[in-house]
Design a protein around this ligand. Structure first.
Ligand code: ATP
Ligand code: MG
Ligand code: MG
Ligand code: MG
Length: 468
């Protein structure tokens, strides 16, 4: 007998086939005619399959009539055409085996809907809800599209280290990695803990970005991407920051800022197009149950050419908008979420790429603009902003001049000697090169319409939350 997923078993082309289906009960309904309907879900798709269990099954009275939400079962039977609404097929059970009971007094996921906050307390059970099943299937699809896109475009998947000594963003948001034996804490001459010896006598951190290491490989192999867990000690409680998130970072040699923008736009369009065609049922669910503007905003990403504005133009728009912002904006400041939302949702009603940011608010590695109107005041940074989520991509053309880069490091209080290998890339065959980082969870938020980033990752890591 063939084992079928619910997704396969719901298709009309298997009508008449014997099949084994396995999963978890969502609901049971007993009919007056002495048989029961079981709604069975196995995570392969949003929808359940209806199982028809006849009263003459040997365990009908003893077991089947006691099944409730959360119980796990195997059902052998035959797939038949269904007269029910919204389903082409149903499974007529010849044998129902109960694997595990779920006491209805205790199992929390009964029919009533729980708030997202409540579900976060049950990180181990929430994948059994429609919402989280749909989020994880879409998240999976996005990951697959990320790899497909870069692989088809000739980018090599490179694994950059998770434990590293380089502070890419220079923003002091790093977690330290320690091997210090608490019994034997190293102390400096003043008796204070010597953190410079954390990691086998050297300092080490969890990566905040694989970019610097990615540049090493891009300037040898041409086009690469890294995709992995990224850590930031963000002691903030926003709906779009996590302490542990996933970032995909392409980096390419002989690549200018405009190439980078084109790549970012093509990349986002591809992911959205894939999700719209491959996750139709789940997307319908998000549209109906989570946010009814999500489809429309995805269409704008998929179909409209992204607006491109310099940072300076964006600031002028914000200043002249007449909008009352909580944080007043002026040239030189980084945009806050409210400014990003104004630009994408109210002003342009479309995704936008902002570029040429003030040098003073950007890290040392971004290429300084020289000989233009904003001579040396700006760097070739770019952020892609999308409606509802705001910044989804941050990237730049990298500084390729050894002298300018060294000067920028000194300006920002960094010791060039610590980055000798990074400087070597400019000393030996330097090339214009660029790259960007996309936060996977922000992408999942943009696609699904989920309001809080904690609800698009299996195990959110935020201040005070690392239990399971
Ligand atoms: P923000 O301004 O929102 O704090 P950032 O400018 O600090 O973001 P970058 O260093 O540019 O972020 O990182 C590249 C991308 O990684 C961002 O555009 C975003 O999509 C994602 N990202 C950054 N920080 C986080 C975080 N704490 N949690 C989830 N995603 C993040
Ligand atoms: Mg940040
Ligand atoms: Mg930012
Ligand atoms: Mg950024």
């Amino acid at each position: 007998m063939q084992k079928l997923s619910v997704r396969k078993a719901r298709q009309a082309n298997v009508i008449g086939q014997p099949a084994l289906l396995q999963g978890w009960i969502r609901t049971r309904r007993d009919s007056k005619g002495g048989f029961s309907f079981l709604e069975l879900n196995d995570g392969s798709c949003l929808a359940n399959i209806q199982v028809v269990a006849d009263g003459d099954l040997p365990n009908y009275e003893s077991e089947i009539k006691h099944l409730s939400a959360g119980c796990s079962v195997s059902v052998r039977g035959e797939i038949k055409a269904s007269g029910g609404k919204g389903q082409a097929t149903e499974l007529h059970a010849a044998e129902v085996t109960v694997h595990g009971w779920a006491d209805p007094e205790e199992f929390p996921l009964q029919k009533k809907r729980h708030s997202m906050e409540k579900l976060r307390e049950w990180a181990h059970l929430r994948p059994r809800t429609n919402t989280f099943g749909a989020v994880m299937r879409v998240r999976n699809r996005i990951c697959r599209s990320i790899h497909d896109f870069f692989q088809e475009d000739g980018f090599l998947y490179i694994h950059t280290p998770i434990i590293t000594a380089s502070d890419c963003e220079g923003a002091g948001e790093m977690f330290r990695v320690t091997t210090i034996d608490p019994e034997n804490v190293p102390r400096n001459s003043e008796g204070a803990v010597d953190f410079e010896q954390d990691f086998f006598d050297r300092p080490a951190y969890l990566t905040v970005s694989g970019q610097l290491e990615g540049e090493i490989y891009a300037t040898a192999l041409g086009k690469i991407y890294t995709f992995g867990p990224t850590f930031r000690a963000e002691n903030s409680n926003t709906s779009r920051h996590l302490a542990e998130f996933w970032m995909v970072e392409p980096e390419a040699a002989f690549f200018e800022l405009t190439d980078n923008m084109d790549l970012a736009e093509r990349f986002l369009k591809r992911i959205v197009a894939d999700v719209l065609t491959e996750c139709e049922e789940d997307m319908q669910f998000f549209h109906e149950r989570i946010d009814n503007t999500v489809m429309e905003s995805l269409q704008t990403i998929a179909e409209r050419q992204f607006e491109r504005l310099s940072y300076t133009e964006a600031i002028e728009i914000l200043i002249n908008s007449g909008e009352k912002f909580e944080f007043p904006i002026a040239w030189g400041a980084d945009l806050q979420a409210e400014h990003e939302r104004f630009l994408t949702e109210k002003h342009l009603k479309a995704p936008v790429i902002l570029y040429n940011y003030p040098a003073a608010i950007k890290p040392f590695y971004m290429k300084v603009n020289e000989g233009e109107a904003d001579d040396r005041r700006t760097v070739r940074a770019m952020d892609v902003l999308v409606p509802r989520v705001g910044e989804i991509i941050g990237g730049s053309q990298r500084e390729d001049s050894l002298d300018v880069l060294t000067a920028r490091m000194e300006e920002q209080g960094l010791n060039p000697a610590d980055y000798w290998w990074y400087l070597d890339l400019r000393k030996f065959g330097t090339v214009p090169h660029s790259g960007f980082g996309l936060g996977l969870e922000r992408m999942v938020q943009a696609v699904t319409g989920m309001a809080n980033i904690r609800d698009v990752i299996p195990f959110p890591r935020t201040p005070g939350n690392a239990e399971f």
